[in-house]
Design a protein. Structure first.
Ligand SMILES: Cc1cc2nc3c(=O)[nH]c(=O)nc-3n(C[C@H](O)[C@H](O)[C@H](O)COP(=O)(O)OP(=O)(O)OC[C@H]3O[C@@H](n4cnc5c(N)ncnc54)[C@H](O)[C@@H]3O)c2cc1C
Lengths: 85, 377
């Protein structure tokens, strides 16, 4: 899966789970998720579990903060790093 | 409905009526746990119903278990005992079944499924109720164990429990991602069951504090991944919210039958009170509530049996059924007049039991918050 597909998979999950009815055009790669309140801590946990299952990686608790989970591009970068590691 | 499920319902009804004859006192006033009743439920196989045969259970689908629970709620007056059974099933048996390692399942499930061991959920704390993941009970990891320190409250079954599924945080700064869950046998040094908490209803279901004081839990007793206890908790709550009110459907059915019988026989102004429209309307509302509640609970069985998530549906069922249960209980008292308010008729007991249902497993307000969130609000 390339980075664009990765981002779209994450985007679709966020839209379906946390932003039902929202157009995908409004959820850009750099739209803030945690700092804007789209994702609270429980929603982040759900997203982390999804990312782990979907991409076969393990995210540690300290890696689930704003630095890796505030934007789709950050999430994709984390997945890439983990998969490359 | 399949013939197997019909057969199961018949068996549950026959068992409930035989093992718990209505005139037998159940220690309500004294707040006594009915241990003999627990054993009978165990012998009937209730605690192993959702557990696969390989772990000592009957391997039934959730739809079947819900049907049995509804029937037992109808047949058995002691809702406190059934509440204890629910707490054991949904907050202990199910999390171990879903998140347990092979060793944990082998060690705990047969004892939980047979009812030999009673489980309790140690989640809530004095300052962490609705905001459960603000819990302060700490888990400090060492080379061989986790050391727990903290006080839990509102633990159903605490006094009679043999095992706790307990939650603690590794670091409060991590929020829900710091929560970790554990299976803690009561015999573990450092576990104390604190004071008994007296309640207005469900009085035969014990409730107490559980204190962990330098309680060393082997690494092997962690349930699920480190930092994923919030997931275990949410999973237990999804099952509990969805299923715990199945009994109450049975109670609402019993209340409806009682209401009809009473209003057909009680005469005022020369005719049965059921002939007064405002009285009949109250019974019509009771019937409507029962019929609209049932599909919400049964839907949880269908969803879970097909491996689907039911967060939204469980919250809707919990909210709607609990609120209807309270209304139905108030209606029955009103229909019985002054007799409904006396303790002799056993009618007021239902109301005291029902009020708790809008609080446990997340209050009505919290269910509304969950539903709103699922709707994207
Ligand atoms: C019969 C019974 C059995 C129980 N068994 C167990 C058990 O086995 N294990 C266990 O761990 N716990 C158990 N509990 C505890 C139960 O889960 C809590 O009581 C419940 O979650 C509410 O927490 P609280 O009592 O601290 O109330 P609080 O959280 O202090 O709430 C007080 C009021 O504020 C409202 N409120 C709080 N936050 C919000 C919000 N965000 N939005 C809107 N309203 C809000 C609540 O709805 C409520 O009306 C049990 C409770 C009862 C009544």
């Amino acid at each position: 899966m390339d980075v664009t597909e990765m981002k779209n998979t994450v985007r679709e999950f966020i839209l379906a789970e946390f932003l039902p009815g929202e157009s995908s055009a409004n959820l850009k790669d750099d739209t803030p998720l945690r700092t804007s309140g789209v994702l609270d801590s429980m929603a982040t946990l759900k997203l982390v579990s999804f990312v782990e299952d979907k991409f076969g990686i393990e995210v540690e608790a300290h890696e689930a903060g704003v630095e890796n989970f505030d934007r789709i591009s950050d999430i994709a970068a984390l997945i890439e790093r983990k998969k490359g590691a | 409905m399949s013939t197997e499920r019909e057969e199961l319902i018949r068996a549950a009804l026959e068992f409930g009526r035989r093992a718990f004859p209505e005139d037998r006192p159940t220690g309500e006033a004294e707040g006594e746990f009915n241990r003999a009743g627990w054993k009978q439920l165990a012998e009937f196989g209730l605690f192993g119903m959702p557990v696969p045969a390989s772990h000592g259970g009957l391997g039934l689908g959730l739809g079947d278990v819900i049907a049995v629970m509804e029937t037992l709620g109808y047949a058995i007056a002691d809702q406190g005992l059934l509440f204890s059974a629910n707490a054991h099933l949904w907050t202990n048996v199910i999390p171990v079944l879903i998140y347990g390692t092979a060793e944990q399942k082998q060690e705990y499930l047969p004892r939980m499924a047979s009812g030999e061991w009673i489980g309790a959920n140690a989640g809530s704390e004095p300052d962490a109720g609705s905001d459960i993941f603000a819990m302060r009970t700490r888990a400090v990891k060492t080379a061989t164990s986790y050391v727990l320190n903290g006080t839990k409250t509102f633990c159903t079954n605490a006094q009679v429990a043999d095992v706790f599924v307990a939650y603690a945080t590794l670091d409060p700064a991590l929020g829900p991602m710091g929560i970790t869950s554990f299976v803690v046998p009561r015999s573990t040094p450092g576990v104390t069951v604190g004071k008994h908490i007296d309640k207005m209803g469900l009085r035969t279901s014990p409730m107490g504090e559980v204190i962990f004081e330098d309680c060393e839990i082997p690494l092997a007793n962690r349930l699920g991944r480190e930092g994923r206890g919030a997931q275990v908790f949410e999973c237990a709550m999804e099952w509990e919210r969805g299923c715990i009110l199945a009994n109450c459907l049975g109670v609402m059915r019993r209340q409806l039958e009682k209401a009809i019988a009473h209003c057909q026989t009680r005469k005022q102004f020369g005719k049965s009170i059921g002939k007064f429209q405002s009285v009949a309307n109250r019974i019509v509302d009771m019937k409507l509530r029962l019929e609209t509640c049932r599909p919400l609970v049964r839907r949880i069985g269908e969803l879970k049996d097909s491996g689907k998530a039911a967060d939204l549906e469980a919250a809707m069922a919990k909210l709607y059924v609990s609120e209807c249960y309270v209304k139905s209980s108030l209606d029955l008292i009103q229909l019985f007049g002054g007799y409904g308010y006396t303790t002799e008729q056993g009618v007021e007991r239902d109301l005291r039991d029902a009020v708790g249902s809008t609080l446990y497993s997340g209050t009505s307000e919290i269910q509304r918050n969950i539903i709103a969130k699922c709707l994207g609000l």
